[in-house]
Design a protein around this ligand. Structure first.
Ligand code: NAD
Ligand code: DAU
Length: 340
């Protein structure tokens, strides 16, 4: 069994590679990653010498490189994590989101059609459903919820999902799609809420909360997401979409306060800043389908997951300090000004 994992030098892709190498010792895992600002080869250091693992630096939009790799590896399964993933960057510069997230998906599926594949799995997001109001806690996203996107990021992911469904219906490509809620855990790039707040708090820097901090996200520990994808590619039904979520809705401000408490830092570091444009209010996933059909349930309670995550950032300062001292500083200054 050979599995191509795209975007494996990023947050979720790397965690998925670690999970797969451990859970399926006989499998060959081939990682394709362009190593954009969000990809980090040091993340994969511990598997680089594994004989069941190969890393290839390539852009999923590069048809020639992708076809060559398929000719060399004859993959059974492709799991596509590669994407531009940060909403704020999509507001700043949408174009690369359309290129990678839509056209890159097309190139991968064309390769699957040309060389044959048992399964193409698209890693999508709950953001394709848009958002829910705060005053209707009874509402949740199901797989039937209409697509209703808010940001260039979510629009590009929704476009990719539609293309994946079209390749299934038109060409019979054996696909599955998963739409997951917000992940957290080790190797999360420090531009995202939880790692940004941990890194800033550890450096006694201000903690920039957008708007009033009342937006709600449904947080899932990354290892639980990886296990769900493992189940879908082995047991999921071809042509189906599966929602994945933690049943763990939390307001941003409560997350930030919890991080302050865990790190023994004062809440006075919290600074309310200009809201994100088009900011989605609330996400909430109904994961009934994946539970009933595949027996998946989130295993990590948020109280445990956030402790594991904070401990990981404390134990791996080199990893994130290298990132925040590089090109990321320019992004931070553009986004947050002189906030210290
Ligand atoms: P990430 O930004 O941490 O990693 C993305 C990886 O893709 C990086 O290693 C980057 O170098 C690589 N990449 C980007 N463009 C590429 C290209 N053109 N060719 C090859 N590689 C390229 O992202 P993440 O948070 O790990 O998200 C992974 C996937 O999961 C994305 O598709 C995202 O939409 C989806 N997702 C993320 C979350 C979340 O909470 N982070 C939740 C649901 C779904
Ligand atoms: O829901 C799944 C999505 O979750 C994924 O598809 C995306 O790839 C992933 O980035 C994430 O998107 P969000 O926009 O929800 O995540 P982010 O960490 O950027 O922000 C979480 C919330 O925190 C959001 O309401 C905005 C807010 N926020 C974020 C940052 C970076 C702040 O208040 N301050 C900040 O500095």
């Amino acid at each position: 069994m050979t599995i191509i994992v795209t975007g494996g030098a990023g947050f979720i892709g790397s965690n998925f590679i670690f999970h797969m190498l451990e859970a399926h010792p006989g499998y060959r895992i081939v990682c394709i990653d362009k190593l954009t600002y969000a990809g980090n080869l040091s993340t994969l250091a511990r598997v680089m010498c594994d004989t069941n693992f190969r890393f290839v630096r390539a852009d999923i939009c590069d048809r020639k490189a992708i076809y060559k790799l398929f000719e060399e590896e004859h993959p059974n399964i492709v799991v596509n994590f590669a994407a531009e993933s940060h909403v704020d960057r999509s507001i700043e510069n949408p174009e690369v989101f359309l290129q990678t997230n839509i056209l890159g998906t097309q190139v991968l599926m064309d390769a699957c059609r040309k060389y044959g594949i048992d399964r193409y799995h698209q890693v999508s997001t709950d953001e394709v459903y848009g958002d829910l109001p705060l005053d209707r806690p009874d509402l949740m996203f199901t797989e039937e919820t209409p697509i209703h996107t808010s940001s260039p990021y979510s629009a590009s992911k929704a476009a990719a999902d539609l293309l994946v469904l079209a390749y299934h219906r038109t060409f019979g490509l054996p696909i599955t799609i998963s739409r997951c809620s917000n992940n957290y855990g080790p190797y999360h790039f420090p531009e995202k809420l939880i790692p940004l707040m941990i890194a800033n708090a550890l450096n006694d820097k201000k903690l920039p909360v957008y708007g009033e901090g009342l937006n709600v996200r449904d947080w899932l520990y990354v290892a639980d997401h990886c296990k769900a994808i493992d189940l879908i590619i082995h047991k999921g039904k071809v042509g189906e979409i599966y929602n994945i979520g933690g049943h763990n809705e939390m307001r941003n401000i409560d997350i930030v306060k919890l991080i302050c408490k865990n790190l023994d830092k004062p809440e006075s570091l919290i600074t309310y800043v200009t809201d994100r444009k088009g900011h989605d209010m609330r996400y909430a996933i109904d994961p009934t389908k994946i539970h009933d059909e595949l027996g998946w349930l989130p295993e990590t309670k948020f109280a445990d997951g956030i402790k594991l995550t904070i401990d990981w950032y404390l134990d791996n300062r080199d990893w994130w300090e290298t990132i925040i001292s590089g090109e990321y500083r320019n992004y931070y200054e553009r986004m947050y000004g002189e906030l210290q």
